[in-house]
Design a protein. Structure first.
Length: 381
């Protein structure tokens, strides 16, 4: 039996559910996309405990934060599940392997276990190994099935993909907009680091783990220079591994900018973005974090990623699109018919930018449009 909801049919809810496991142990942007599915689970099973199987940073983020996650179980590093932390192991980092983790997790007696972690070749066996009464998730051609599953097709928006998984266990969509609560502690950390603002703030994030998604440094510098001249205080955020790219933007801009590399925790970064009038960034986790805390964004996207990750809303968000579909180095056709995943995957080994040709003027015009259209930083709304 199925029940209707805004995304189509949904299965009936599973009876007598007390504890739900959700596997999503990858990066920041990936996690932001699953928030509406978690909200749907919370609405469908309000008395159940929702346990995220995640990484150490998830455990830090969800301490004392309102939202649909009640608790985090840290999954040990394993192929296709999550990579080891880049620095020394954190206090929440498990020392045992995956087999020991699953043995402990089975003692939790999960009623439902959801795989919202990818195609399932590596993750479906983990979810099946939890011993839940009902398992559900995605399945690519090389993945074993779960009790309830949907075919994994790459070119689908990530938010909708995971909402469809939640619907397999009767959790109907309550929103399609990822939302992350900003706490008083987040705002206090940002205020301590940044100090009071004497003019409106905007933030640029020029890094991205995948270099194919990086807009050129000189383009970010040009946007920073113009926004500074327009009267904004310009922050340039980055992770410690992005120190060099941040420094290059600051040097190329030729005007006073405020680099913020390693100065804020993830919660503090959320507080920082919530106090900004705008965030301009590549298609990477901080861009999606900014949107989730309610801040207007201008994002630079390759067309394939536009389909899977860009916000569908235009009142507050402007995804600027690169239509480059051939590798800028070897000319290989990277359209979906040639490579059904991401640009440069498969036979093409190059990692040169697929978004370099996006014009500065297009990004700047979108930024000014949002800044002059009554947009307010999330902390003032």
């Amino acid at each position: 039996m199925v029940a209707p909801h805004l995304l189509g049919p949904a299965a009936q809810r599973v009876p007598e559910v007390e504890r739900i496991a959700v596997l999503r142990a990858n990066a920041l942007g990936d996690f932001i996309f699953v928030l509406p599915a978690l909200a749907a689970l919370r609405a469908a099973y309000p008395a159940a405990e929702i346990v995220l199987l995640g990484a150490p940073w998830h455990a830090k983020l969800w301490r004392d934060r309102p939202g649909p996650v009640d608790r985090v179980l840290v999954v040990p590093p394993a192929p296709g599940i999550r990579r080891p932390e880049p620095d020394e192991p954190e206090p929440d980092e498990p020392e045992s392997g995956l087999a020991d983790f699953l043995a402990r997790a089975r003692a939790e007696r999960f009623d439902l276990a959801l795989q919202v972690h990818g195609g399932g070749a590596n993750s479906n066996p983990v979810v099946a190994g939890l011993g839940a009464r009902v398992t559900a998730g995605l399945r690519a051609e090389d993945a074993p099935p779960l009790d309830r599953w949907l075919r994994y097709v790459y070119y689908q928006h990530e938010v909708i993909r995971y909402l469809e998984v939640a619907a397999l266990v009767g959790a109907v969509a309550t929103t399609v907009v990822p939302t992350l609560a900003v706490t008083d502690a987040d705002r206090a950390e940002a205020a301590e680091v940044l100090g009071p603002a004497d003019r409106p703030r905007v933030a640029l994030h020029p890094g991205a783990t995948d270099t194919r998604r990086r807009w050129p440094v000189e383009h970010f510098a040009a946007v920073a220079r113009q926004l500074h001249r327009d009267g904004y205080e310009v922050l340039v955020t980055g992770t410690p591994v992005e120190q060099e790219v941040v420094e290059r933007v600051v040097a190329a801009a030729g005007v006073p900018l405020r680099p913020q590399v390693g100065t804020l925790s993830l919660g503090g970064l959320a507080g920082c973005y919530a106090g900004c009038a705008l965030v301009v960034a590549n298609d990477t986790g901080p861009l999606h974090l900014a949107a989730a805390v309610g801040t207007p964004t201008v994002g630079i996207f390759w067309v394939g990623n536009l389909i899977t990750t860009a916000s569908p809303l235009r009142g507050r968000h402007r995804p600027i699109t690169s239509w480059t579909v051939h590798c800028p180095v070897c000319g290989v056709d990277c359209t979906p018919g040639s490579y059904p995943h991401r640009p440069g995957d498969g036979e093409c080994p190059h990692r040169d930018s697929f978004v370099a040709e996006v014009p500065v003027i297009e990004v700047l015009e979108a930024a000014r449009d949002l800044l002059t259209d009554g947009a307010q930083p999330a902390s003032t709304r």
